[in-house]
Design a protein around this ligand. Sequence first.
Ligand code: DSN
Length: 416
Amino acid sequence: MLELQQTDPEVFALIEAEERYEFETLRLIPSENYASAAVIQALGSVLTNKYSEGYAGKRYYEGQRYVDTLEELAIARAKSLFEVDHANVQPYSGSPANMAAYYALLQPGDTIMGLSLPHGGHLTHGWDVNFSARFYHSVQYVVDRQTHLIDYDAVRALAKEARPKIIVCGATAYPRLFDFKAFGEIAKEVDAYFLADIAHIAGLIAAGAHPSPAPYADVITTTTHKTLRGPRGAMIMCRGEFAQSIDRAVFPALQGGPHDHTTAAIAVALKEAASPEFKEYGAQVVRNAKALAGELLERGFDLVSGGTDNHLVLIDLTNKGVTGKKASKALDRAGIVVNANTVPYDPRKPFSPSGIRIGSPAVTSRGMKEPEMRRIVAWMDEVIANADDEQALERIRNEVRDFCVAFPAPGIRIPS
Ligand code: DSN
């Protein structure tokens, strides 16, 4: 980045500091990861110079000879990896992808039914401050108060009562497997579309470490930068019968020119995700999350749903006498990056909730395995028990920094 350093030393210094921070910390936010150097190179390429409104063979500007091939390559790789009829790789990110799916299938005022945000759902699944509850009528299902699991009978009963036009399955903080078959059956019973938002688990599905919704869902949306380890971006995949409406919803209804540099980086990530190494990565992500959960339970932490089947663990800190916000800030000072998170039926407010959310995707990308997960939990336990002890946090910060040096991070030059 010599030219950047010369042209804009301020921006260069900030990027370099972030790179060092990502290298020297244990990044446990389950939606974050490390993109490979190949993905980052595609993202930082001349493709950012282009405009390509439209789709391959049907563009509004000339000069698309390479972009058309590139977009078709990304689409073909997505279709093959996720075994779907159609893929659109142009959505700018997850929220625009969900907006486009609704736009394609619904009329304003139609009813959408998704998992409530404080129970692990996403803003765009019908939460009240989001467009999805403003332009559509939203009904929300919740997890069971005792088990913290989705109760499929309750989902069915609500669907029969509310008669939604679309049922959304997907989450940002649900540590268990989704029963996509059950969602598909419920949607059929009430004549609703079934949308699976697999943003968090796309990489696990690609690796065969989580069942796929492809046989059951009408439409699948996903971001490309979480467990899938690509650039920030999104895709919409669907049955052939919805292909045209989905494409028209993305462009021209909601977006202008696609980000061709992102398309290229998505294509690279999809190639990587089809490799045998990625299969092993997905399996290790799950093993590592289970190791985190197991060690937390040993140390008396209260886990939402009692454990995990996927890449994330949701911890209710009430019994430890620390708020999620206080714990997450202390952990960050100690070099362990997590986010404060609501837990189901949380009596506290979303900005200062009772829990924290952790996940294994990024640390697994660095080659860490079960013994390292147990070491991480030991540090977390110490930090949470000593959240006001700046000396202890500083000591742990140094230990974490030394520990991280042994684990190269994809896409990051090891700083000297
Ligand atoms: N911000 C993402 C997450 O952290 O889960 C969801 O959009």
